[in-house]
Design a protein around this ligand. Structure first.
Ligand code: NAD
Ligand code: DAU
Length: 339
């Protein structure tokens, strides 16, 4: 079995590469990653010497490069994690999101079709469903919830999902799609809520909470996500969408206060800042389909996962310190400087 994993130098893709190489010692994994600001070879340092692992630097929207790679590697499956993934950056520069998230997905599927790949799996997001009201805790996203996006990021991911479904119906490409809730865990780039708050708290810097901090996310420990994708690519039905997540809803303020408490830092570090434009209120996954069909449920409770995550950031300071001392400072000043 040979799998091309795109975006494997990023947060979830990197965790997935580690997970698969450990679980399937006879599988070959080829990682295709453009190494944008979010890609980090330090995430893959442990596997670079593994004979079952190959790293190729390249852009998924580069048709010649992608076709040459597929011709040489003849993969059985492709799992597409490569994306521009940050909502705030999509508000600054939507065009890049359309290029990578939509055009890139189309190029990968064209190559899958030409080289007879047996499964193309698209890693999508619950953000394609838009948001749920805060006062209706009885409502959840199911696979039938209409697509209704809020940001250029989520619109680009929803567009890619529609393209994947079109390739299934028109060309019979063997596809699956997963729509996951917010992940957290090791190797999470510190522009996102949880690692940003951990890094700032450790450096005694203000913790910028958007709006009133009452927005809700449904947090999933990244290893649970990897396990779900593993099940879908091996046992999921072609043409189907699977939601991943569930039962770990927290307000942003609850998350931030938990981090401060775990680190022994004061709540006075919290600083309320201007809200994100178009800010989605609540995400909440109904995981019954993946549970009923594939037997998956999240295993890591938020209270345990957040402790594991904080420990990882404490034990791996060079990994994130290196990031926040680089170009990240310009990004931080741009997003938070006058907020
Ligand atoms: P990330 O930003 O940490 O990593 C993205 C990776 O893709 C990086 O290594 C980057 O270098 C690479 N990349 C970007 N553009 C590329 C291109 N044109 N060609 C090749 N590689 C490119 O992202 P993440 O948080 O790990 O998310 C991975 C996927 O999972 C994304 O598709 C995202 O939409 C989806 N997702 C993320 C979450 C989450 O909470 N992080 C939840 C649900 C779904
Ligand atoms: O739901 C899945 C999605 O989760 C993925 O598709 C995205 O790739 C991923 O980035 C994530 O999107 P969010 O926008 O939910 O994640 P983020 O970490 O950016 O923000 C989480 C919440 O925290 C959100 O309500 C905004 C808020 N926030 C975020 C940052 C970075 C703050 O209050 N302050 C901040 O500084």
């Amino acid at each position: 079995m040979k799998i091309i994993v795109t975006g494997g130098a990023g947060f979830i893709g990197g965790n997935f590469v580690h997970y698969m190489l450990q679980k399937y010692q006879d599988y070959k994994i080829v990682c295709l990653d453009a190494l944008t600001y979010a890609g980090n070879m330090e995430t893959l340092v442990d596997v670079m010497g593994n004979l079952n692992f190959t790293f190729i630097k390249g852009d998924i929207s580069n048709r010649d490069l992608v076709f040459e790679l597929f011709k040489n590697e003849k993969p059985d499956m492709v799992v597409n994690f490569a994306a521009e993934s940050h909502v705030d950056r999509s508000i600054e520069d939507p065009g890049l999101f359309l290029q990578t998230n939509i055009i890139g997905t189309g190029v990968l599927m064209d190559a899958c079709e030409k080289y007879g790949v047996k499964r193309f799996h698209q890693v999508s997001t619950d953000e394609v469903y838009g948001d749920l009201p805060l006062d209706r805790i009885d409502l959840f996203f199911t696979e039938q919830t209409p697509l209704h996006t809020s940001s250029p990021y989520s619109a680009s991911k929803a567009s890619a999902d529609l393209l994947v479904q079109a390739y299934y119906r028109t060309f019979h490409l063997p596809v699956t799609i997963s729509r996951c809730s917010n992940n957290y865990g090791p190797y999470h780039f510190p522009e996102k809520l949880i690692p940003l708050m951990i890094a700032n708290a450790l450096n005694d810097k203000p913790l910028p909470v958007y709006g009133n901090g009452e927005n809700v996310r449904d947090w999933l420990y990244v290893e649970d996500h990897c396990c779900a994708i593993d099940l879908i690519i091996h046992k999921g039905s072609v043409g189907e969408v699977y939601n991943i997540g569930g039962h770990n809803e927290r307000t942003n303020l609850q998350v931030v206060k938990t981090i401060l408490k775990e680190l022994g830092k004061p709540d006075s570090l919290i600083q309320y800042v201007a809200d994100r434009p178009g800010h989605d209120r609540r995400y909440a996954i109904d995981p019954r389909k993946i549970y009923n069909e594939l037997g998956w449920l999240p295993e890591t409770k938020f209270d345990d996962g957040i402790k594991l995550t904080i420990k990882w950031y404490l034990d791996n300071k060079p990994w994130w310190d290196h990031i926040i001392k680089g170009d990240y400072q310009d990004y931080y000043n741009k997003i938070y400087g006058n907020r």
